[in-house]
Structure formats: C-alpha cells, structure tokens
Write a protein that binds this ligand. Structure first.
Ligand code: HEC
Ligand code: HEC
Length: 204
C-alpha cells in the first residue's frame, strides 16, 4: 500500500500524469467555486453538522490531494454528509479545475490569520512530530503531493482528522498505523504544533 502511494507520489512529483488524467484550469474554477466559498472562503468558518469544527483551509494545498479528497467523498469512501453531496454533483473536470484553483499558489505564511486556538501544547507537539516529518515534512509542508500539507491548518480540524483516523471513521491504511499509539493529548499537541506553522491559508 505504502509503496503504491510512494510510486504514485514520485510520478506526480516528476510531473508524469497518469494516462487519462484530467488537467485542471484554475480560471475555469472561478465560476465553479461559488458553492465552496460560503464555507472554505470564510476564515474560521465552522461547520455545525454533524460535528462542530472549522472547515479545512484549502489555499496552498496540493492540487493532487484536493482532487483525491473530492473523489473519495464522491465515491463515499470518505464520509462527511455535506462534502459527499457537494462532491457528488461535480464532474472530474470540475474537480480538477477546483483543485487547480485552490492549490495553484504555493503555501504562503498564514499572516493575519485568526489566532491559534487549540487544546494542545505546541512545544510538546514539536517533540512528538518527528515521526510525522518523514512524510509531512518538519513543518507540515511536504513538497510531495502524496502527502497533504498540514502546516498552518486549523488545529481543531487536524485534531478532528486524527480522531477520525483513530476511530476508523476516516480510512487510510497509512494514517491508521500512525495514530494507533497516540493518545488524545498526543493528537492535540501534534495538532497545535502543525497548526502553528506557516503554510495553508484561507483562499477566497
Ligand atoms: C457547508 C460547508 C462546505 C461547503 C459548501 C464546501 N465544503 Fe469542503 N469541506 C467542508 C468540511 C466541514 C470539510 C471537512 C470534512 C471532513 O472532516 O471530512 C470539508 C472538506 C473538504 C476537502 C478536504 C480537505 C482536506 O484537508 O482533507 C476538500 C478538498 C473540500 N472540502 C473541497 C470543497 C470544494 C471544492 C467545495 C465546493 C465545490 C466545497 N468543499 C464546499 C465544508 C464545506
Ligand atoms: C508514512 C507517511 C505518513 C506519516 C509518517 C504520517 N502521515 Fe499523515 N498522512 C499521510 C497520508 C498519505 C495522508 C492522506 C490520507 C488520506 O487521504 O486520508 C495523511 C493525512 C494526514 C492528515 C489529514 C490531513 C487533511 O487535510 O485532512 C493529518 C491531520 C495527518 N496526516 C497528520 C499526521 C501526523 C500528526 C503524523 C505523525 C503522528 C502523521 N500524519 C504521519 C501520510 C503520513
């Protein structure tokens, strides 16, 4: 499984698109993102259903990861009622365009963003983050598209994702192994550390 991810990441890193891949057009997405900005375009916007946490920042995320995330919501492999119904209405071309739009810019400092609110301890999170750095990069900004950027993401969203992997609500063979031995406090500390780094931002 891991090998498949790494091989795929290498192919993407080298700019080799798999046969039949749809190329995204960030300009075309300008008319398609009206259904996203009500949540992802508002700094600090929190979902009310089914659990309350901030919607993830998409600005500066790897387009390949955005595309993959939309595909697994659509297929039902990743569950979230709102995102499943939204992705369900998108074509492959729509997804590629939106991925190009949100991911077009490299990660920039999250200057002026809302103050970090988290239940974790940033410095303890730093100590625990070494194992994560192998894939996500020391500051959560891995250049490899296989690994989502997590630097600068809302700590509460990061914590929610880690809890979801641990509970099996979100399924990924690699992350399932990573969270196995982590306590809730470890996850909160890790979320605090990565959330405090520069990287992802809210793109309007
Ligand atoms: C009603 C609010 C809402 C709207 C509208 C919405 N989203 Fe989301 N989106 C969310 C929430 C909440 C999550 C986190 C869900 C989860 O935990 O899996 C999310 C997750 C995502 C993710 C996964 C991010 C990650 O880091 O894994 C992507 C990609 C995404 N949305 C893209 C879009 C796009 C593109 C649109 C418009 C076509 C859109 N969303 C519209 C609320 C929304
Ligand atoms: C062997 C590589 C690897 C390691 C080590 C690893 N991750 Fe991941 N991580 C991934 C992959 C691949 C994904 C995407 C999985 C998916 O699509 O759900 C991911 C996804 C995530 C996400 C969800 C991001 C989002 O936008 O929804 C978080 C949060 C995360 N990892 C945190 C961590 C933390 C914290 C550690 C260290 C304890 C860690 N990861 C270690 C490979 C890794």
């Amino acid at each position: 499984m891991q090998r498949r991810y790494l091989v795929c990441g290498l192919a993407l890193a080298l700019g080799i698109l798999p046969a039949g891949a749809v190329e995204g057009d960030a300009e075309a997405a300008r008319s398609k993102n009206s259904m996203c900005i009500g949540c992802h375009g508002i700094e600090g916007y929190r979902t009310a259903f089914p659990t309350v946490y901030p919607v993830p920042r998409l600005g500066g995320q790897h387009p390949e990861y955005i595309m993959a995330a939309l595909q697994v919501y659509k297929s039902g492999d990743r569950s979230h009622p709102t995102m499943q119904s939204i992705a369900g209405g998108l074509s492959e071309q729509d997804m590629a365009d939106l991925a190009a739009y949100y991911g077009a810019q490299p990660a920039v400092p999250a200057a002026g963003s809302a103050p970090v609110q988290s239940a974790g301890n940033v410095m303890r999170g730093k100590e625990k983050s070494e194992v994560c750095a192998a894939c996500h990069g020391p500051d959560g900004n891995s250049p490899l598209p296989t690994f989502p950027r997590i630097g600068g993401q809302h700590p509460e969203y990061l914590l929610q994702a880690l809890l979801d992997y641990k509970a099996g609500r979100r399924k990924d063979p690699i992350m399932a192994v990573q969270v196995e031995a982590l306590s809730k406090q470890d996850m909160a500390d890790l979320a605090a550390w990565f959330g405090a780094q520069q990287g992802l931002y809210t793109k309007h």
